[in-house]
Design a protein around this ligand. Structure first.
Ligand code: NAD
Ligand code: TYD
Length: 356
């Protein structure tokens, strides 16, 4: 009997990479993608795997417990990889409750569905199945100063409504592990970049704006630092942790790749000018410093030595390689960009997201 894995948020940026990896690498698994198709979910991201025998799509909102009940009783999943979330900090500042609903309440709904299915048995270590894997962020740890790295022991200190909602969901996942012996695992990953990234986040937004010669809005002094990881390396880490990680453990995942925003933007401008055949310096002229994001975390940086030592994971591509691949993908997929920026893709599937 095939093992069944539910992947939530599989139509989004990271989720689509995880679905693609699992569908192609594990024909012996049945992969059920559960996604509400919000503005960030796009089935075009999965065109290349949608016809695979071991892939099923279920359009469902993790806030709707009736849908979850139907899905869990139909598919009886052996594992859950939970990525569905509201994921953009700027949107969380404008609309925090949406983040509480999906990220906190939605996660607890999934935990309850898993608990109902699997009961409260303490499973032996190591054991891949059953497993509830929560994909989280390094932003739960708050902001670093000029030095230091987030480790798995760094206390949670979230500053944005987004990171507060992710921190809260992490706590619930952990609590279900302790209280009900649910076999849970959490990873906290740094900023991802790569193909299929919705152009509201820094890298895809700026690629899109450079293509259309629009201003590049750099928040504040531009000296904020992020640790960038290629999305396929994150998907590979998720695969490894899902199969080899220990229940109740947490693992930090990062790129060993810190960049100040302004340096990253200048590198992006340079690479884009080369790819577009522009005169050197053309895209940098688009840089516009604007008002800072409220509560903007100064610096994130991950100590990924635990996952490296225990599971042997490390990033496979350099930033230069990953960024070049990313830019090439966007330049080859201008139709995708056009569709997501116009909202056109929602019409393709007649699945317009209804705001709660
Ligand atoms: P994304 O915004 O691109 O995709 C989110 C997906 O979740 C979309 O397909 C959306 O339709 C779906 N979704 C949203 N609300 C839903 C709901 N109520 N029910 C069902 N589906 C719903 O996000 P992403 O950047 O791919 O992030 C995926 C996960 O990884 C998130 O949990 C995020 O917190 C985490 N994460 C992201 C990053 C990053 O750099 N993007 C870094 C670390 C961790
Ligand atoms: P973002 O991609 O939104 O990820 P996060 O806030 O989760 O780290 O932003 C990355 C960095 O880039 C962050 O310091 C905010 C900054 N930023 C800008 O300066 N301008 C922008 O238009 C955006 C979207 C982000």
């Amino acid at each position: 009997m095939k093992k069944t894995i539910i992947i939530t948020g599989g139509a989004g940026f990271i989720g689509s990479h995880v679905v693609r990896l699992f569908v192609n690498k594990y024909p012996e698994y049945r992969i059920v993608n559960v996604d509400a198709l919000t503005y960030a979910g796009n089935l075009e991201n999965l065109r290349d795997v949608e016809a695979a025998d071991n892939y099923i799509f279920e359009k469902a909102d993790i806030l709707h417990t009736d849908d979850l009940e139907r899905i869990f009783s139909t598919y009886q999943p052996d594992g859950i990889i939970h990525l569905a979330a509201e994921s953009h900090v700027d949107r969380s500042i404008l609309s925090p409750l949406d983040f509480v609903y999906t990220n906190v309440v939605g996660t607890v709904n999934l935990l309850n569905a898993a608990k109902k299915l699997w009961g409260s048995t303490l499973y032996p270590q190591p054991s891949t199945f059953p497993r509830f894997y929560h994909v989280s962020t390094d932003e739960v740890y708050g902001a670093l100063g000029e030095t230091g790295l987030f480790t798995e022991e760094t206390p949670y200190s979230p500053n944005s409504p987004y990171s507060a909602s992710k921190a809260s969901s992490d706590h619930f996942v952990r609590a279900y592990g302790e209280t009900y012996h649910l076999p849970v695992i959490i990873t906290n990953c740094s900023n991802n970049y790569g193909s299929h990234h919705f152009p509201e986040k820094l890298i895809p937004l700026f690629i899109n704006n450079i293509i259309h010669k629009k201003p590049l809005p750099v928040y504040g002094d531009g000296l904020y630092t992020r640790d960038w990881l290629f999305v396929k390396d994150h998907a590979a880490a998720i695969d490894l942790v899902f199969h080899k990680g220990n229940n109740l453990a947490t693992y930090n995942i990062g790129g060993f790749n810190e960049w100040k925003n302004i340096d990253l933007v200048k590198l992006l401008c340079k690479l884009m000018d080369e790819k577009l055949g522009n005169v050197k310096g053309t895209s940098e002229k688009l840089i516009a410093y604007i008002k800072d994001r409220p509560g903007h975390d100064r610096r994130y940086a991950i100590d990924a030595s635990k996952i490296n030592k225990e599971l042997g994971w490390k990033p496979s591509v350099t930033f230069e390689e990953g960024l070049a691949q990313t830019i090439d993908w966007y330049l080859e997929n201008t139709e995708w960009l056009k569709n997501v920026t116009s909202g056109e893709y929602t019409k393709y599937y007649d699945l317009q997201y209804t705001k709660r």
